[in-house]
Design a protein around this ligand. Structure first.
Ligand code: GDP
Length: 360
């Protein structure tokens, strides 16, 4: 098997054998393109809107092999000048609220308007349990068949930070591949919507009528982050409840401080199932984008997000580098025991462990 792989690798130019040992990568290149594949070719393919090249580059971003990451960084760097031109929309809501049904009709509406749409997902469950509740292609069958749409299942990873990084980088590649709108889906139950909020221009919260916030697992902070709340399933015998919920949310939103964008978050009704209220949601987002671009808030928000991710990445790296040091691992255990035996306090123990860093 090893030899087989090696011979396949020899056919690829510009990339050393060690650079491409990832199974997925190898089989992709083996089956779909027997010859040349180097970063320049890959970039050219992406800029030419070649979806198979785009997928390969994303696979490289998702690889944990440092060599692949180097390769991916080269590709990313070349794509950066072509990025930044899309509208990035975050969509969140608890499981069952209708996210995939919504994205399906919303995406179809956008492609009908001549836009190219990419759908990405940040799925906290995939980093915790390796299972995936989002981004599954079969959830959006019609959109998946649309040649102007691209659905990428959620990246998996050890941490939400890792998954978020991969998604941020995937956005850059999708933008270089000429996607006009990027939809980033997440489940509104934890930290992942903070990650999504820090990478999108517009944050849409899907809600259900008739269920309290606790029932829906939505925290106050998420409502505060939302640029709009769409109450889905506003149809059949839940229509009246949805109308009532709209009034309540409108009232509740007034209690939050005014957004720095100058935008007043909107509450709207929709039925993803019946394809109602969808056009209006796109019109509302377009109105927001116009306003935000007019006041240059749009660029400011992206700038702020870049600052956030720069700091966050350094923080994450420092943290993992620190905790992965063998001396620190041992000291942590020792100090924990000492705390339990009342020989030291957590604060003194922390000072001691931190001081180890200087002597390493
Ligand atoms: P997700 O888990 O948030 O992605 O939710 P799904 O899109 O899978 O939808 C969950 C269920 O709600 C499915 O059975 C959908 O058919 C249904 N559903 C989604 N949108 C609507 C809607 O607007 N009206 C009604 N009545 N049902 C809907």
């Amino acid at each position: 098997m090893k030899n087989k792989k090696k011979s396949a690798l020899k056919q690829t130019e510009g990339v050393s054998n060690s650079e491409i040992i990832n199974n997925n990568f190898v089989s992709n290149f083996k089956s779909k393109q027997s010859k040349t594949i180097n970063p320049e070719t890959l970039v050219k393919g992406i800029l030419n809107k070649n979806i198979s090249y785009l997928s390969r580059a994303i696979t490289l971003i998702e690889s944990s092999n440092p060599k692949h990451q180097d390769y991916a960084n080269t590709v990313l760097k070349s794509c950066l000048p072509y990025a930044n031109k899309s509208i990035r929309i975050g969509i969140t809501g608890v499981p069952g609220v209708g996210k995939s049904t919504f994205i399906e009709v919303f995406g179809k509406h956008l492609t009908a308007l001549g836009k190219r749409v990419a759908v990405l997902a940040i799925d906290p469950s995939s980093s915790l349990t390796k299972g995936s509740i989002l981004g599954d292609k079969t959830r959006m069958e019609t959109l998946a068949k649309d040649e102007n749409a691209y659905i990428r299942p959620s990246a998996s990873g050890d941490s939400l930070g890792g998954v978020a990084r991969k998604t941020r980088e995937t956005i850059i590649l999708c933008e270089a591949a000429g996607f006009d709108v990027i939809l980033i889906e997440t489940v509104g139950v934890g930290q992942s919507e903070i990650a999504v909020h820090s990478m999108v221009d517009f944050f849409l919260l899907l809600k259900l009528a008739g269920a309290g916030d606790e029932l829906q697992g939505i925290k106050r902070g998420i409502i505060e982050m939302a640029d709009a709340i769409a109450i889905n399933k506003a149809d059949g015998n839940t229509l009246e409840a949805a109308k009532l919920a709209k009034v309540e949310f409108n009232r509740a939103l007034h209690l939050y401080p005014q957004k720095t964008s100058g935008w007043t978050p909107k509450v709207t009704l929709c039925s993803a199932l019946k394809n109602e209220g969808i056009i209006e949601i796109w019109e509302m987002i377009s109105e927001y984008i116009k306003l935000a671009k007019g006041t240059s808030y749009f660029d400011k928000r992206r700038h702020k997000q870049n600052t956030y991710w720069l700091h966050k990445t350094i923080e994450n790296r420092l943290k993992s580098d620190f905790f992965n040091q063998p001396k620190v691992k041992v000291a942590l255990q020792e100090q924990l025991k000492r705390i339990e035996n009342n020989e030291t306090t957590p604060f003194a123990a922390a000072e001691y462990i931190l001081s180890l860093n200087k002597t390493l």
